[in-house]
Design a protein around this ligand. Structure first.
Ligand SMILES: CC(C)(COP(=O)(O)OP(=O)(O)OC[C@H]1O[C@@H](n2cnc3c(N)ncnc32)[C@H](O)[C@@H]1OP(=O)(O)O)[C@@H](O)C(=O)NCCC(=O)NCCS
Length: 137
């Protein structure tokens, strides 16, 4: 039986435990860049495989702490998807953001049913993407 533990800190998380993410991006941030993303976020939840110690999923939020939060990153490693880990990451983060008025994220239409099951609803938005900065470094 696979055992996953969830935590809200990068303490004791190494770059070596952050492999295999951004698989759907053309210019992938490195594990070091992912660690910077995690450490720069106001909120995070990590999912760790207790057998290997690897981080297999993460979600982050940035927030002003009083009115709003934005969820820029949610990812479960491809080999760990479909086991409820993504849903648990969202549930745990939303519970922490419950006191805020606005909780927003952007996603493709195919993922909207996933977020709808977790209590969110579709909206519209506007974005800028500087693709030259996608890999961060
Ligand atoms: C979206 C994501 C985080 C879900 O993680 P997960 O651990 O597989 O999620 P769960 O196991 O809790 O739930 C899986 C459900 O979400 C649905 N789902 C997930 N990604 C989907 C997608 N791209 N298109 C359609 N449905 C999707 C599946 O249908 C599945 O439902 P099922 O169990 O009834 O088959 C994961 O697929 C992922 O990391 N995708 C790539 C990155 C991404 O798209 N992140 C979201 C950016 S906004």
């Amino acid at each position: 039986v696979t055992s996953i533990s969830y935590s809200d800190t990068t303490d004791h998380v190494t770059e070596a435990q952050l492999q295999g993410f951004f698989s759907h991006w053309s210019n992938r941030p490195s594990p070091a860049a992912l660690l910077r993303i995690l450490n720069g976020s106001d909120h995070l939840v990590l999912a760790r495989d207790n057998t290997s110690g690897d981080i297999v999923g993460y979600i982050t939020a940035i927030s002003d702490g009083v009115s709003c939060a934005y969820i820029p990153h949610l990812e479960v490693r491809p080999d760990w998807q479909g086991q409820g880990i993504g849903s648990e990451l969202v549930r745990r983060l939303l519970a922490r953001l419950n006191h805020l008025y606005m909780i927003d994220l952007m996603c493709d239409p195919d993922v909207q049913p996933f977020y709808e099951r977790l209590g969110m609803r579709p909206s519209t938005g506007m974005v800028i993407r500087n693709y030259g900065r996608q890999s961060i470094e």
